[in-house]
Design a protein. Sequence first.
Length: 684
Amino acid sequence: MAVNHHLTSGRTFNSGRINRLIGFVFSGSFFLSVVWPGIVVPRLTLLAGEDMAATATLRVIEVRYLPDTPVYDPDWLSTQLQALLRDASRFHYYSNPTALPAIQIQVVAVYNHYTSRPDPDGTWYGSFAATLAADNLCDRINAEDIDQIWLWVDPVTDPRPGVEYAISGPFFGEGAPYATVASPAFCGGQRSFGFMGFDTTRPPDYALHSFGHFMEGLLGTLQTVELFWYRYAGDTDAGYPLTERCGNVHFPPNGEIAYDYDNPSFVETTCEDWNPQATGLSQHYNCGRWGCNQQGYLLWWLQNMPNIGNRQVYQGQYLPNWWDFTQDMDANIQAYLSDREYFMNRAFLEYPYTLVRVETDPVQLQGQKALRNLFDGVSVWPNTAIVHQVNEAVGVLLEFEQPLALEGFQVAVAGASGDDATYTWKIEKADTWSAMLAGNTTVIRQNYATNQQGMVTVPFGATHTAKVFKITASRDNGDGYVHLLELVPLGNFPPRVYAGLNQTTAEGSSIVLSGNYTDPNAGDTHTLHWDFGDGLATTGWLTTSHLYADDGVFSATLTITDNLGAAGTDTRLVAVKNVSPTLNSLDSQVLTPSRVVTLTGVFTDPGLLDAHQVRVVWQAGVSATLDLPAGEVAFEASYTFAIAGTYPIAVTVYDDDGGYSATQTLTFTFAPIWHRVYLPALLR
């Protein structure tokens, strides 16, 4: 297999990127050939099991403002932080001392200034922007693949507002609800990078603390609030107990207050065996696990995150290596987005779409006043309204910067006083600006009562991808009017599904499974499907019951699919315990002269799929076993006793999962058989 990939200067072609390109986890030997124009590079052989330079490089520029002698030497702080980050990126390093770091830090340049930092307007955004401009850092960021800026200041001598981190780049230009984001993006938004604000008056574990907040903001955005904040960190109020998960920067799993890193209380948590379904091994420990200090906890917390080669699955997709997002951010985000086998917050990352051109349609308007072009350059989010004032009849062409997957538009108009006319809305879609596609037109007529806003949803009926939309409205009379036009592009997002909490039951017992879901598009219809994980399923019900015929741990998955094919899933685990069989009846038939005993019995087992073994102890040292397949619950066994005596016969039924019935005993006594002897008369 040949894989072609463009390598930029200073970048590592790591195993994670290889795996994403070729679709499987590499395990065998292969050849690496480097092609450089005009240069012959020898082919390298990498053998299975060798370290394939899995460590990626996080490229940093440091900027230091030092108006006075700092409390801690910035060179020492930087060196210590680099070492901490390397160790933090080693998966389970606390228990695996051979774990490789996911990242190495390369400090590309250091700028020392012996003044206070720039502060043009008293805001962190203004200060960070001025810091970048002072040393022309944007040119270096864009040209040299810089991943982070580390700003070191002394807040005692430089007390103006600051933040511990900010994320800047094309994916974050419109902001993010749970992260500190530069909006608009710094440096023209050409490249994503992190801007870290560090403190020279505090030891390096506080810089690691700030980096932890950067990871929280980054992962809560790229991996969704539910996956990172609820399922990884834990949020008790949201139904994901903190004590069972990994905690966050301020709260360890056993934390009761912020910064509670030395809490001696013990909790049961699955963090060291974390998966999104919280089905990993639960362990009992307290702060002693990480040394009861901030640095130890943050290292432990970061070392449990999904790392290189993880095969964690969430909503039917693999989880990325979360450390990939700290460096070469744009390339790695795009690589994971383009591979649908990986889970990403696509609702955030694949939107918004920028309107690059808006024109009125002169044919439709027929010389009347045009829609004011207030759309231009606006970033449009599906399910978010665009509201504009329109005069007279409406006709507008909208072109997005890239194809936009929509399931329709929601159109509303607020009429002027006395307007009770009937409107005809027409929405057409195309893949090019020059021509609308035939057959892709939706027409709806709607009457709006006086002084009321009318709203109509214009569905496309199936998922369509287009970047040009033509929206027109006509009125059944020619009177002039002024209206507010509201357009809501309806992106077809999958339903958000909750399958409920994990449950425990016994085999043969009916269990109730109940889930719920939400859908941002209220007009969608849905199909509901429960897969019980044992080969059986049902369709059509949010709440259903099911009987598990055998013990085991089963993944019960609820899938909700909307009418356009977008599906959301969630899984709960059902732990089914084995139930021992019950020997209900034991009968016997005895043939006295020959001392033959025949036993017949019937047993029950709620584990309908269990096979069984009946063990009969006839006498000391003599026993028999009967193997019965699943579903067979009656048995018969016979034995002939050779000599007279009393015999307690014991019968026990075993299932194939280690369960067994109570032993029943029947006792039989056989007397000696006396034979009459007839003597000759002479001897009588």
